[in-house]
Design a protein around this ligand. Structure first.
Ligand code: HEM
Length: 195
């Protein structure tokens, strides 16, 4: 089953990406958090643009409803960044290869799965920084109470891709692994630069 393959096959990559994202830090400040959002925006914006080319409707999925870039931009504005700042955020220059349907779906698996862990992060942001969906934590509230159903619909789309579109599972897995690694590398690189 494609989901088990992806979940088991990316455990180490998930751990590395999680370690590169300091959002659960008890001492997280608004400034630290804004830097994380900038970095996430720089990764999502160019990758989501590429993923728009996937024939989502054939998989029974609505990509526009899943894009996280607008939520990240909204959070940055809520935290005080002018819209112009959002427009000039540097884009990741070492994106994962999303050039085949299978690889692109492996990338999307990573971006979508982040909504699961996001539920822990949203509680942490509320507790430590007092942030909610309208005050800077819209990305971490993606899908609101529908995280579970949205995830299951996405996994059903992946199964269609494998069974009816002929996507090779190992290529999906390679796309997912590369995406986790590219994100971790981008976070390490951008967050290491002094503010
Ligand atoms: C502080 C950071 C993070 C925490 C605490 C976290 C935590 C979690 C947890 C608890 C789950 C399991 C949820 C469940 O099974 O119900 C999960 C799943 C997942 N997370 Fe994260 N995560 C974090 C960061 C990320 C990042 C940065 C990504 C990628 C952009 C990511 C991608 C995924 C994926 C793809 C899954 C789904 C695994 C599956 O197939 O079931 N996570 N995360």
């Amino acid at each position: 089953m494609i989901h088990a393959l992806l979940k088991d096959g990316t455990r180490a990559q998930h751990a590395r990406a999680e370690a590169s994202l300091p959002v659960m830090d008890p001492a997280l400040t608004r400034a630290d958090y804004a830097r994380v959002l900038h970095a996430l925006h720089g990764f999502h914006a160019p990758l989501e643009r590429q993923l728009a080319a996937v024939p989502w409707d054939r998989l029974g999925l609505d990509w526009d409803a899943r894009r996280k870039t607008p939520l990240l931009a909204r959070d940055l504005r809520a935290l005080g960044g002018a819209p112009a700042d959002v427009a000039v955020i540097p884009a990741c220059d070492r994106l994962p290869d999303a050039s085949t349907l299978a690889r692109a779906l492996g990338c999307a698996y990573v971006l979508e799965g982040a909504t699961l862990g996001g539920q822990l992060v949203r509680r942490h942001l509320a507790r430590t920084l007092g942030l909610g969906p309208d005050t800077g934590a819209a990305y971490y509230h993606a899908y609101g109470d529908d995280v579970g159903p949205m995830w299951r619909t996405f996994l059903a789309g992946l199964a269609v891709a494998v069974e009816r579109e002929g996507c090779p599972p190992d290529e999906l897995l390679a796309g997912a692994r590369d995406t986790f690694d590219a994100l971790a590398e981008w976070l390490d690189r951008t967050l290491a630069v002094p503010a």
